[in-house]
Design a binder for this molecule. Structure first.
Ligand code: PMP
Length: 414
């Protein structure tokens, strides 16, 4: 948590923000919805819904500048969105932001296009013991094809990265460190600046999985000095099916295309095909234009908010939840990292996470249960999964109270 920002809590008008998210205003199982599954996906503000609607109502066309007026407008809307999203993470240039389907596709792109052509037998890819499956499996696939090895970085009992183990693992065989900036299963914020500096000193490239960080922490890829940064639009109040990959220019320019098709070529003949410049060489086929426009609108929305106050608001929700959890009988918090985003992963004594989730749902409280696509982490903690309540900018203190009131009822069923 970031105590220095706490003072700004009072200035974040959460009720005004809630009113901008139409989905939140409904009942589930005859109770006002309490949506606490934000780490899985966030809800969308009206401005995003309207941007997508108006794109399809008045601009829709394929993106190929010069063909006709609507095509020009669609291209402009698509490229404006790219520039806005690139600006949000402070990429040095819009062409260093490749639009993808999301974090998963971004990581697979790097695995197939950067890693696969150059990894050799014995090379090592370090991944976090808390990693989401999408930051494990693509590396295992590349390792199987190249003879490289995927090596997990140990996690402490508090769900923090074990930095001394990481330092010991780093060596001349390390070619890549692929790490989540924030863990989706437990909310831990990793010391990525230190990881990046150490990895670079050892000659390794770093990919950050920003799926859980980009909406909840300030992200500046230049300040981080990171090589690749992958993220998903739907976890930052934008649509599903769109996300991005930022890459360092020299790396992107040296990478062969991953998927072939239209839009990514310069010239094609049966003898020889040449590829388009960045970013198009990595965007084969018709892109998700409406999705990019929606993501651009989500970023504009976030840029219009006092983000320091928003982060402080989320921190305050976590602090309040932890306060209520401390007095709650049988509540076992899983993941006690000193620096966390507002994710509360827990077990309730005597209750399987799925049962707890179902009983919460009956009271209108939506949480995620299970292994959260981080099975190795669950194995390390010796548990089948957890109940995870994850907060976003529109959640309130009353909703934290509703969660604990609902858990109180769940207890009577166990
Ligand atoms: N990494 C992390 C840390 C995540 O939380 C998620 C989504 N749960 C992903 C990767 C995958 O994101 P997506 O499904 O949007 O590609």
């Amino acid at each position: 948590m970031r105590p220095a920002m706490k003072l700004e809590y009072a200035v974040f008008d959460v009720n005004a923000r809630r009113a901008e998210f139409p989905l939140l205003d409904q009942s589930i199982n005859a109770q006002p919805l309490v949506y606490l599954d934000n780490a899985a996906t966030t809800q969308k503000p009206l401005v995003v819904l309207e941007a997508i609607d108006s794109y399809y109502r008045s601009i829709n066309s394929n993106v190929h500048r010069g063909a006709h007026t609507l095509a020009d407008r669609a291209t402009t809307a698509f490229e404006d969105a790219r520039a806005r999203v690139a600006g949000f993470i402070n990429a040095p240039a819009p062409e260093q932001l490749i639009f993808t389907r999301g974090t998963t596709e971004s990581i697979n792109l790097v695995a197939q296009s950067w890693a696969r052509p150059q990894l050799r037998p014995g090379d090592e890819i370090l991944v976090s013991g808390l990693a989401h499956h999408s930051n494990i499996v693509p590396w295992q696939m590349v390792a199987a094809a190249t003879g490289a090895r995927v090596v997990p970085i140990p996690i402490t009992a508090d769900a923090e990265l074990d930095m001394s183990a990481f330092t010991a693992l780093l060596g001349e065989r390390t070619r890549l460190v692929a790490l989540e900036q924030v863990s989706n299963a437990m909310g831990s914020i990793h010391p990525v600046e230190q990881v990046i500096a150490q990895a670079h000193a050892a000659g390794a490239v770093v990919l950050l999985d920003g799926a859980q960080s980009v909406a909840h922490l300030p992200v500046d890829v230049q300040q981080l000095d990171v090589d690749f940064f992958a993220f998903s639009g739907h976890k930052m109040y934008g649509p599903t099916g769109i996300g991005g990959l930022y890459g360092r220019r020299e790396l992107l320019e040296a990478m062969p295309p991953w998927q072939g098709g239209g839009e990514m070529i310069e010239t094609v003949s049966f003898e020889r095909t040449t590829y388009a410049a960045l970013p198009y060489r990595f965007e084969a086929g018709t892109p998700h234009i409406a999705g990019a426009v929606g993501l651009g609108a989500a970023v504009r929305y976030l840029q219009g908010l006092d983000r320091a106050a928003m982060y402080a608001h989320e921190d305050a929700l976590l602090a309040y939840a932890l306060e209520l959890a401390a007095d709650f009988p049988g509540f076992r918090l899983v993941g006690r990292a000193a620096r966390k985003i507002a994710v509360l992963s827990f077990l309730l004594e005597g209750g399987h996470p799925h049962d707890v989730g179902t009983l919460l749902d009956r009271q209108g409280v939506a949480v995620r249960t299970g292994h959260h696509c981080a099975q190795p982490a669950m194995t390390q903690f010796g548990i089948p999964g957890t109940v995870r309540a994850s907060f976003a900018l529109y959640n309130t203190r009353e909703e934290v109270e509703r969660l604990f009131a609902a858990l109180e009822k769940v207890r009577t069923f166990l």
